[in-house]
Design a binder for this molecule. Structure first.
Ligand SMILES: CC/C=C\CC(=O)SCCNC(=O)CCNC(=O)[C@H](O)C(C)(C)COP(=O)(O)OP(=O)(O)OC[C@H]1O[C@@H](n2cnc3c(N)ncnc32)[C@H](O)[C@@H]1OP(=O)(O)O
Length: 712
């Protein structure tokens, strides 16, 4: 689908037409090539403008076709089309509005001139799909911008705003007006002028000194950031080809690298993440409410109660989304400090007012309570909010694990109570768990989901249970990590295995960063440790299950992690970030093992991964079984956008499918046999049923889940 028309007597305007993002589907590719040929052969046509229909220039290749070889191979290939564009003997101008991304920018690079709207953005984001710019982009961009700037864009995949693109030389001109009209005028002025120098395929790459050393360093840098992803490294190799090989040889290299990436599990996983991120917007809840059947009331004013780290971040996120926010902190000294911190983050006032009085929340459409994790305190606040707030106002808690229903019961409006579980730092992290209880109304969920989108979050609707989805699944993962320490592993060994898998941080470094005292407080609330535990109770057993008191003992020593300068690792000072091994911890673990008659054994990285990840995945199946998450895709979105699960591994449930459900089951059976006192290792019945049904692909799991739901 490409529209072809002649304007101003001599300019062929080819308009890509494939809403919503004008992706280059087989039909578009067919239409584009036919149009280019028509323009080439029509003697009346003296120049060409390529644009996108109804706004965006082009969002790139059609990602939906990638999983389907027959679709991908039908119609002309992008490389062939772009060659025809570049070879055209008449000037071709790309008129870029909205965005030119991936194949869209590669098309623009094949044009002889690029006109952009001042609000447009351009980029080669293929790397985040586990790919490289495989339609000439890796070869043409370095020839236009030079190696450094091109490599940065290709390896990071970042979107570049029009102003920067102009400075880089990626766009030739900008306009604030109608881009197509401006491009048409320009195309006419270029008619008959020589084009050889405008064809990037004809140009050499601008020279670079110490080319070998430059790429050596680029590779090391990319490897350090890639966390096991292959695409960034392939991008470096392809750009090196552009810098060192003639164009056609470089194109051959690009093709070879692309073929390897395209068929890889990593590209499949990254593509899956692209769609799970967007699919989360089509939410459903355990009570049967759906995204397409309820309308959300817009929220324009909000109050945040409690201005600790979370409350401040939430205030910033809400203000940046354009809401007018009143930030409430009853402790005056905290209020002053918070006001300064929020203003710094917002670089000014940003529509936020401050108060020490809960009454200030009276006029808000939404209240987010973000005080510390103490049920009694939260209950008291919800009681007060119920009477202070205007009718219709939504009351949300930012608890990470406490019971939403209990808080709803403290109010006279349980249908307007929900959880908004932000992740720290709340103004940065993409994930938002929108937690509904059995009495939360569909309109309340709809409003929260809409607000999440406004804040630029990946919002996932989940049901209410301890820890919701993310933290519930994290618990068995953490538990296995503690057990591994008891059995002979070190925090360094466990973290190395997880970081090699692709997590930005291993479990113990993560725990030091977020603070060991948070989990300690939750365990005290749950009666697992603290004054409620009697002296006659065995230290390593709770409620008939294996329990590791290691985290509690660390807290009793005042080792809360980075904030105290000591945790699972040692830090130079409280608040410092660089983790060093701590000889104290080694002795502490040795003494602990001796005291409890535990024999340290050799533990390898494979066991670390299988015990920690399979336990987490197993809980994911339970979450599905219970209906707390609506789909495995939602669980994966939570883990990728909130817990650092590497995108190129798709998320825990996708990973389980990729490893093979039968293998995961076998692993869990093996470990449960070795550790029968650890119920999290006992394979859950949904996993067993899926394996018994022949391990269907992930998008078919819901059929097996359906007949199987427990009543929450
Ligand atoms: C030989 C191979 C050569 C080249 C390789 C490539 O070109 S790979 C593709 C490179 N392009 C991209 O990675 C861009 C991906 N898209 C985006 O980043 C955003 O969608 C975009 C374009 C910035 C628009 O964002 P916006 O927030 O406005 O919309 P949204 O993301 O919700 O997307 C709307 C619907 O369009 C679907 N979609 C987006 N891009 C593509 C695409 N390239 N192919 C197919 N479909 C695409 C997206 O899934 C949404 O669908 P929906 O059903 O509504 O969820």
């Amino acid at each position: 689908m490409a529209q072809y028309r002649i304007v101003s007597g001599s300019v062929a305007v080819i308009s890509i037409q494939n809403p919503p993002v004008n992706a280059l589907s087989a039909a578009v590719r067919e239409g584009l090539l036919l149009s280019v040929r028509a323009a080439a052969s029509d003697p009346l046509v003296r120049s060409v403008v390529i644009s996108g229909h109804n706004g965006p220039f082009c969002g790139g290749a059609d990602i939906k076709e990638f999983g389907n070889v027959s679709h991908l191979e039908s119609g002309p290939h992008l490389v062939e089309i772009f060659e025809s564009v570049e070879a055209l003997a008449k000037p071709v101008v790309a008129a870029i509005e909205g965005f030119a991304l991936g194949g869209g920018l590669e098309l623009a690079l094949a044009c002889h001139y690029r006109f952009g709207h001042s609000e447009a953005r351009v980029g080669l984001p293929e790397v985040s799909l586990g790919l490289l710019p495989g339609a000439g982009g890796s070869q043409r961009l370095p020839r236009l911008l030079g190696v450094r700037a091109a490599l940065d864009m290709i390896v990071t995949g970042r979107h570049v705003a029009a102003g920067e693109a102009l400075k880089l030389g990626l766009l030739d001109r900008l306009t604030d007006g109608n881009t197509v009209d401006a491009a048409v005028r320009f195309a006419q002025s270029a008619e008959g002028k020589p084009l050889d120098d405008r064809r990037l395929g004809n140009r050499p790459c601008p020279p670079l000194e110490n080319i070998d050393a430059f790429f050596e360093e680029a590779l090391i840098h990319a490897r350090g950031r890639a966390r096991g992803a292959a695409a960034p490294l392939a991008c470096v190799q392809a750009v090196r080809g552009a810098a060192t090989l003639p164009f056609l040889k470089g194109m051959e290299l690009e093709k070879r690298l692309m073929e390897t990436l395209m068929t890889s599990g990593q590209a499949q996983a990254s593509r899956y993440c692209f769609f799970t991120e967007r699919g989360a917007a089509r939410w459903t809840t355990p009570t049967g409410a759906r995204w397409d059947t309820c309308r959300a009331r817009p929220i324009s004013t909000a109050a945040v109660i409690g201005l600790g780290t979370m409350g401040r971040g939430i205030t910033v996120a809400l203000a940046r989304a354009g809401l007018s926010v009143v930030a409430v902190e009853t402790q005056e000294h905290q209020l002053d400090e918070a006001q300064r911190a929020v203003s710094r983050m917002l670089k000014g006032g940003g529509g936020v007012s401050y108060s020490a009085d809960l009454q200030a929340a009276a006029g808000a459409d939404l209240v987010v309570e973000a005080v510390f994790e103490d049920m009694a305190v939260k209950e008291e606040i919800f009681k007060q909010l119920s009477s202070v707030c205007k009718p219709g106002a939504l009351l949300a808690t930012n608890t990470s694990s406490l019971d939403i229903d209990r808080l709803a019961s403290c109010t006279l409006r349980p249908e307007q109570v929900l959880g908004l579980h932000f992740f720290a730092p709340a103004h940065v992290m993409r994930l938002l768990e929108v937690v509904s209880g059995p009495r939360t109304s569909p309109q309340t969920v709809a409003a929260a989901m809409q607000l999440g989108r406004r804040m630029g979050k990946v919002s996932v609707a989940v049901g209410n249970c301890p820890g919701f989805v993310g933290n519930r699944m994290l618990k068995p993962y953490l538990e296995q990590a503690y057990f591994l320490l008891e059995e002979g592993a070190s925090p360094e060994l466990v973290d190395a295995a997880l970081e090699e898998f692709g997590f930005p941080m291993g479990v113990f470094k993560m725990s030091d960063l977020s603070g060991l005292d948070i989990g300690w407080r939750v365990r005290k609330e749950e009666g697992l440790t603290g004054p409620g535990v009697t002296a006659d109770q065995p230290m390593r057993t709770r409620r008939g299950r294996r329990y590791s008191p290691l985290g509690d003992l660390m807290c009793e020593e005042g080792r809360y992690g980075q904030k105290t300068g000591r945790g699972w690792y040692l830090y130079d000072r409280p608040g410092a970030r660089v983790a060093r091994s701590d000889p104290w911890l080694r002795s502490f673990l040795e003494e602990y093992r001796e005291r409890h008659g535990l024999l340290a054994r050799r533990i390898d990285q494979q066991e670390v991964l299988e015990r920690c990840l399979y336990a987490l995945i197993n809980e994911g199946f339970r979450v599905l079984e219970d209906g707390v998450a609506a789909s495995p895709q939602n669980i994966d979105a939570i883990y990728v956008f909130g817990y650092g699960w590497p995108k190129h591994r798709g998320g825990p449930m996708f990973y389980a499918a990729q490893v093979g459900l039968a293998r995961v089951l076998e692993g869990l059976e093996k470990y449960h046999k070795a550790h029968p006192d650890s119920p999290h290792l006992q394979p859950c019945s949904l996993l067993r049923r899926l394996v018994a049904s022949g391990s269907p692909p992930i998008h078919k799991w819901s059929e097996v889940v359906k007949g199987h739901r427990s009543q929450l």
